[in-house]
Design a binder for this molecule. Structure first.
Ligand SMILES: Nc1ncnc2c1ncn2[C@@H]1O[C@H](COP(=O)(O)OP(=O)(O)O)[C@@H](O)[C@H]1O
Ligand SMILES: [Mg+2]
Length: 163
């Protein structure tokens, strides 16, 4: 299942992420994909807000993992600085995923091989044209957990123009 959305500003990307968070629950994995500045951290911020997290969410590029508590716990991971999959394993990424939290990983495609094939992939990219605040956001469902929720996800995103 693929859903394509376009946002025209950082607040829209955050609001979109908050809508996605509405249908997320403990045990879920969200992989954020997209080049530097595409809006992965912005998405994480909106997603956290959607989970009822009121603490400011900052980029975990240097700390690798930050954990927040809201309606559900959130592990916000950034694997940009990891050089190989072994480092991801050493970080305990595979063990981190569990029924007590949602795990959201920036540059998540790089570590997909050490994670269950059961995740929501969110691919952010710079939009066409010269509006530098435009982004495309493509959501792809892989595996049983999120597939079971495609209808709910579609509903949560129904207010967003599907590209
Ligand atoms: N539509 C948009 N969605 C997300 N971010 C946007 C958008 N338009 C502009 N921006 C800006 O792009 C930058 C995205 O940064 P960030 O979320 O840290 O990216 P990443 O984590 O992918 O490196 C922020 O400065 C944000 O304000
Ligand atoms: Mg980031």
């Amino acid at each position: 299942m693929m859903l394509g959305v376009e946002t025209t500003g950082v607040d829209q990307t955050r609001a979109l992420a908050a809508s996605v968070a509405e249908v997320a629950g403990p045990g879920d994995i969200v992989l954020l994909v997209g080049e530097l500045g595409a809006g992965k951290t912005a998405f994480a911020q909106g997603f956290a807000a959607g989970l009822g997290i009121t603490e400011p969410v900052t980029s975990p590029t240097f700390t690798l993992v930050r954990t927040y508590t809201g309606r559900v716990r959130l592990h916000h991971v950034d694997v940009y600085r990891l050089e190989n999959l072994q480092e991801a394993l050493d970080l305990g990424l595979a063990e981190m995923v569990g029924e007590d939290a949602v795990t959201l990983v920036e540059w998540g495609d790089a570590v997909a091989p050490v994670l269950p094939r059961d995740f929501l992939e969110v691919r952010l990219a710079y939009g066409a044209g010269d509006n530098e605040d435009r982004r495309t956001v493509a959501l792809r469902v892989v595996g049983r957990r999120w597939s079971a929720r495609t209808e709910a996800l579609g509903k949560a995103l129904s207010e967003w123009a599907v590209a």
